[in-house]
Design a binder for this molecule. Structure first.
Ligand SMILES: C[S@@+](CC[C@H](N)C(=O)[O-])C[C@H]1O[C@@H](n2cnc3c(N)ncnc32)[C@H](O)[C@@H]1O
Ligand SMILES: Nc1nc2[nH]cc(C(=O)O)c2c(=O)[nH]1
Ligand code: SF4
Ligand SMILES: [Mg+2]
Length: 214
Protein backbone atom coordinates (compact mmCIF):
# COMPACT_ATOMS: atom_id res chain seq x y z
CA UNK A 1 0.00 0.00 0.00
CA UNK A 2 1.34 3.41 -1.03
CA UNK A 3 -0.05 6.71 0.32
CA UNK A 4 0.29 9.61 -2.12
CA UNK A 5 -0.52 13.18 -1.16
CA UNK A 6 -0.59 14.43 -4.76
CA UNK A 7 0.77 13.69 -8.21
CA UNK A 8 1.21 16.19 -11.02
CA UNK A 9 3.05 17.01 -14.22
CA UNK A 10 5.43 19.98 -14.03
CA UNK A 11 9.03 21.04 -14.61
CA UNK A 12 11.72 20.03 -12.15
CA UNK A 13 12.34 23.37 -10.46
CA UNK A 14 15.56 22.68 -8.56
CA UNK A 15 19.08 21.36 -8.81
CA UNK A 16 20.95 19.86 -11.72
CA UNK A 17 17.85 18.72 -13.60
CA UNK A 18 16.02 22.04 -13.35
CA UNK A 19 13.78 22.68 -16.32
CA UNK A 20 13.13 19.03 -17.18
CA UNK A 21 9.52 17.98 -17.66
CA UNK A 22 8.63 15.40 -15.01
CA UNK A 23 5.76 13.66 -13.29
CA UNK A 24 5.93 14.31 -9.54
CA UNK A 25 4.75 11.73 -7.03
CA UNK A 26 4.52 13.30 -3.60
CA UNK A 27 4.26 10.56 -0.98
CA UNK A 28 2.46 11.29 2.28
CA UNK A 29 4.34 11.50 5.58
CA UNK A 30 7.84 12.34 6.75
CA UNK A 31 10.17 11.02 9.44
CA UNK A 32 11.48 14.51 10.36
CA UNK A 33 8.17 16.39 10.87
CA UNK A 34 4.54 15.40 11.40
CA UNK A 35 3.46 18.08 8.93
CA UNK A 36 1.35 19.83 11.58
CA UNK A 37 2.19 23.48 12.26
CA UNK A 38 1.85 22.92 16.01
CA UNK A 39 4.78 20.50 15.82
CA UNK A 40 7.04 22.54 13.50
CA UNK A 41 9.12 24.33 16.16
CA UNK A 42 10.10 21.06 17.85
CA UNK A 43 10.66 19.04 14.67
CA UNK A 44 14.01 17.78 13.37
CA UNK A 45 13.27 19.66 10.12
CA UNK A 46 11.65 23.06 10.75
CA UNK A 47 11.63 24.95 7.42
CA UNK A 48 9.56 22.67 5.20
CA UNK A 49 7.64 24.42 2.41
CA UNK A 50 5.35 21.48 1.62
CA UNK A 51 2.00 20.01 2.68
CA UNK A 52 2.45 16.24 2.69
CA UNK A 53 -0.31 15.26 5.14
CA UNK A 54 -3.01 12.87 3.95
CA UNK A 55 -3.93 11.78 0.44
CA UNK A 56 -6.34 14.55 -0.53
CA UNK A 57 -4.26 16.49 -3.08
CA UNK A 58 -4.58 16.48 -6.89
CA UNK A 59 -4.34 12.89 -8.20
CA UNK A 60 -3.55 11.72 -4.67
CA UNK A 61 -4.84 8.56 -3.06
CA UNK A 62 -4.06 5.14 -1.65
CA UNK A 63 -2.71 2.54 -4.03
CA UNK A 64 -2.87 -1.13 -3.14
CA UNK A 65 -0.56 -2.37 -5.87
CA UNK A 66 2.68 -1.27 -7.48
CA UNK A 67 1.20 -1.55 -10.97
CA UNK A 68 -1.79 0.61 -10.03
CA UNK A 69 0.44 3.46 -8.83
CA UNK A 70 2.82 3.12 -11.77
CA UNK A 71 -0.06 3.24 -14.29
CA UNK A 72 -1.55 6.23 -12.45
CA UNK A 73 1.75 8.14 -12.78
CA UNK A 74 2.30 7.19 -16.42
CA UNK A 75 -1.16 8.57 -17.25
CA UNK A 76 0.03 12.05 -16.15
CA UNK A 77 2.73 12.13 -18.86
CA UNK A 78 1.36 14.04 -21.89
CA UNK A 79 0.89 12.67 -25.35
CA UNK A 80 3.54 14.92 -26.84
CA UNK A 81 5.74 14.99 -29.91
CA UNK A 82 9.48 14.43 -29.60
CA UNK A 83 11.74 11.89 -28.03
CA UNK A 84 12.36 13.18 -24.51
CA UNK A 85 12.69 10.39 -21.97
CA UNK A 86 9.86 10.66 -19.45
CA UNK A 87 10.90 11.14 -15.84
CA UNK A 88 9.14 10.57 -12.54
CA UNK A 89 10.35 12.40 -9.42
CA UNK A 90 9.48 10.68 -6.15
CA UNK A 91 9.32 13.21 -3.36
CA UNK A 92 7.19 13.94 -0.34
CA UNK A 93 7.23 14.07 2.54
CA UNK A 94 10.02 11.56 2.70
CA UNK A 95 9.77 9.21 -0.28
CA UNK A 96 12.17 6.60 1.08
CA UNK A 97 9.58 5.66 3.71
CA UNK A 98 7.56 4.13 0.85
CA UNK A 99 9.52 3.86 -2.40
CA UNK A 100 10.67 0.29 -3.08
CA UNK A 101 12.57 -1.54 -5.80
CA UNK A 102 9.34 -2.91 -7.25
CA UNK A 103 7.98 0.58 -7.95
CA UNK A 104 11.30 1.72 -9.44
CA UNK A 105 11.31 -1.35 -11.71
CA UNK A 106 7.69 -0.74 -12.69
CA UNK A 107 8.50 2.81 -13.77
CA UNK A 108 11.56 1.61 -15.70
CA UNK A 109 9.40 -0.99 -17.48
CA UNK A 110 7.12 1.86 -18.51
CA UNK A 111 10.04 3.80 -20.01
CA UNK A 112 10.59 6.35 -17.23
CA UNK A 113 13.76 7.62 -15.62
CA UNK A 114 13.43 7.63 -11.84
CA UNK A 115 14.56 10.60 -9.75
CA UNK A 116 14.27 10.93 -5.97
CA UNK A 117 14.34 13.86 -3.55
CA UNK A 118 15.30 12.65 -0.07
CA UNK A 119 16.48 14.01 3.26
CA UNK A 120 19.16 11.29 3.30
CA UNK A 121 18.26 9.73 6.64
CA UNK A 122 17.10 6.43 5.13
CA UNK A 123 18.97 4.09 2.76
CA UNK A 124 17.95 4.37 -0.88
CA UNK A 125 16.78 1.30 -2.81
CA UNK A 126 18.77 0.25 -5.87
CA UNK A 127 17.97 1.43 -9.37
CA UNK A 128 17.44 5.17 -8.90
CA UNK A 129 18.66 7.16 -11.91
CA UNK A 130 19.05 10.56 -10.18
CA UNK A 131 19.36 10.74 -6.42
CA UNK A 132 19.14 14.15 -4.77
CA UNK A 133 20.03 14.25 -1.07
CA UNK A 134 19.10 17.33 0.98
CA UNK A 135 20.51 17.03 4.53
CA UNK A 136 18.58 18.48 7.44
CA UNK A 137 20.29 20.02 10.49
CA UNK A 138 21.55 17.39 12.88
CA UNK A 139 19.46 14.57 11.42
CA UNK A 140 21.82 11.61 10.92
CA UNK A 141 22.83 11.28 7.28
CA UNK A 142 23.02 7.68 6.04
CA UNK A 143 22.87 8.39 2.30
CA UNK A 144 26.36 9.82 1.76
CA UNK A 145 26.58 9.35 -2.01
CA UNK A 146 24.40 10.17 -4.95
CA UNK A 147 24.04 12.41 -7.97
CA UNK A 148 23.51 15.71 -6.19
CA UNK A 149 23.71 17.04 -2.69
CA UNK A 150 21.31 19.98 -2.43
CA UNK A 151 21.79 21.74 0.86
CA UNK A 152 19.24 24.33 1.99
CA UNK A 153 21.10 27.42 3.21
CA UNK A 154 21.61 28.86 5.73
CA UNK A 155 21.06 26.18 8.35
CA UNK A 156 23.09 27.06 11.47
CA UNK A 157 23.34 23.38 12.41
CA UNK A 158 24.26 22.21 8.88
CA UNK A 159 27.18 24.26 7.53
CA UNK A 160 28.23 23.39 3.96
CA UNK A 161 31.78 22.53 5.10
CA UNK A 162 30.44 19.38 6.73
CA UNK A 163 29.39 17.87 3.40
CA UNK A 164 32.13 18.74 0.91
CA UNK A 165 33.94 15.40 1.10
CA UNK A 166 30.87 13.21 0.51
CA UNK A 167 30.43 11.16 -2.66
CA UNK A 168 28.22 13.37 -4.81
CA UNK A 169 28.73 14.46 -8.41
CA UNK A 170 27.22 17.90 -7.85
CA UNK A 171 26.99 20.20 -4.85
CA UNK A 172 24.15 22.73 -4.80
CA UNK A 173 23.22 25.36 -2.24
CA UNK A 174 19.55 26.37 -2.34
CA UNK A 175 18.38 29.47 -0.47
CA UNK A 176 15.92 28.71 2.29
CA UNK A 177 12.48 30.06 1.43
CA UNK A 178 11.45 31.55 4.75
CA UNK A 179 7.86 32.27 3.66
CA UNK A 180 6.61 29.07 5.38
CA UNK A 181 8.20 30.41 8.58
CA UNK A 182 6.69 33.89 8.28
CA UNK A 183 9.56 35.42 6.31
CA UNK A 184 12.70 37.17 7.45
CA UNK A 185 16.38 36.87 6.70
CA UNK A 186 18.04 37.16 3.32
CA UNK A 187 18.83 33.60 2.35
CA UNK A 188 19.42 34.46 -1.31
CA UNK A 189 22.14 37.04 -0.67
CA UNK A 190 23.82 34.80 1.88
CA UNK A 191 23.74 31.83 -0.49
CA UNK A 192 25.09 33.82 -3.44
CA UNK A 193 27.92 35.12 -1.27
CA UNK A 194 28.78 31.60 -0.12
CA UNK A 195 28.89 30.24 -3.67
CA UNK A 196 31.14 33.11 -4.78
CA UNK A 197 33.53 32.41 -1.93
CA UNK A 198 33.37 28.59 -2.31
CA UNK A 199 33.26 27.66 -6.02
CA UNK A 200 32.67 23.96 -5.28
CA UNK A 201 29.05 24.98 -4.66
CA UNK A 202 26.54 25.95 -7.31
CA UNK A 203 23.44 28.04 -6.73
CA UNK A 204 20.08 26.24 -7.02
CA UNK A 205 16.98 28.42 -7.19
CA UNK A 206 13.43 27.11 -6.83
CA UNK A 207 12.54 28.11 -10.39
CA UNK A 208 8.99 26.71 -10.21
CA UNK A 209 8.20 29.35 -7.58
CA UNK A 210 9.55 32.06 -9.90
CA UNK A 211 7.52 30.62 -12.78
CA UNK A 212 4.37 30.28 -10.69
CA UNK A 213 3.88 26.58 -11.46
CA UNK A 214 3.59 23.48 -9.21
C1 LIG B 1 9.69 19.04 0.54
S1 LIG B 1 11.21 18.19 0.35
C2 LIG B 1 10.69 16.48 0.14
C3 LIG B 1 11.82 15.51 -0.03
C4 LIG B 1 12.64 15.18 1.21
N1 LIG B 1 11.84 15.04 2.38
C5 LIG B 1 13.72 16.21 1.43
O1 LIG B 1 13.63 16.95 2.40
O2 LIG B 1 14.65 16.24 0.62
C6 LIG B 1 11.73 18.64 -1.32
C7 LIG B 1 12.88 19.62 -1.42
O3 LIG B 1 12.45 20.88 -0.95
C8 LIG B 1 13.47 21.44 -0.15
N2 LIG B 1 12.87 22.43 0.74
C9 LIG B 1 11.96 22.20 1.70
N3 LIG B 1 11.62 23.34 2.32
C10 LIG B 1 12.33 24.33 1.73
C11 LIG B 1 12.42 25.74 1.94
N4 LIG B 1 11.71 26.34 2.90
N5 LIG B 1 13.25 26.46 1.14
C12 LIG B 1 13.98 25.84 0.17
N6 LIG B 1 13.93 24.51 -0.08
C13 LIG B 1 13.13 23.76 0.70
C14 LIG B 1 14.03 20.23 0.55
O4 LIG B 1 15.29 20.46 1.14
C15 LIG B 1 14.09 19.23 -0.57
O5 LIG B 1 15.28 19.41 -1.32
N1 LIG C 1 8.43 22.14 -9.85
C1 LIG C 1 8.84 21.57 -8.71
N2 LIG C 1 10.09 21.11 -8.62
C2 LIG C 1 10.45 20.47 -7.49
N3 LIG C 1 11.63 19.88 -7.20
C3 LIG C 1 11.55 19.30 -6.00
C4 LIG C 1 10.29 19.52 -5.47
C5 LIG C 1 9.82 18.89 -4.22
O1 LIG C 1 8.90 19.40 -3.58
O2 LIG C 1 10.38 17.84 -3.89
C6 LIG C 1 9.58 20.29 -6.40
C7 LIG C 1 8.27 20.84 -6.49
O3 LIG C 1 7.45 20.81 -5.56
N4 LIG C 1 7.94 21.45 -7.67
S1 SF4 D 1 12.55 16.29 5.51
FE1 SF4 D 1 11.69 17.09 3.58
S2 SF4 D 1 9.47 16.65 3.65
FE2 SF4 D 1 10.31 16.28 5.71
S3 SF4 D 1 9.85 18.15 6.77
FE3 SF4 D 1 11.94 18.38 5.93
S4 SF4 D 1 11.75 19.31 3.87
FE4 SF4 D 1 9.71 18.62 4.54
MG1 LIG E 1 8.57 21.53 -3.47
Amino acid sequence: MYSVKEAFYSLQGEGGQAGRASVFCRFSGCNLWSGREAHRAAAACRFCDTDFVGTDGQHGGRFTSTAALADHLVALWPEAPGTATPQVIFTGGEPLLQLDEALIAAMHERGFDVAVETNGTLPAPAGIDWLCVSPKGQAPLVQTRGDELKLIHPQPDAPPERFVDLGFRHFFLQPMDTAPLGGGGDSLAETVAYCLAHPQWRLSLQTHKIAGID
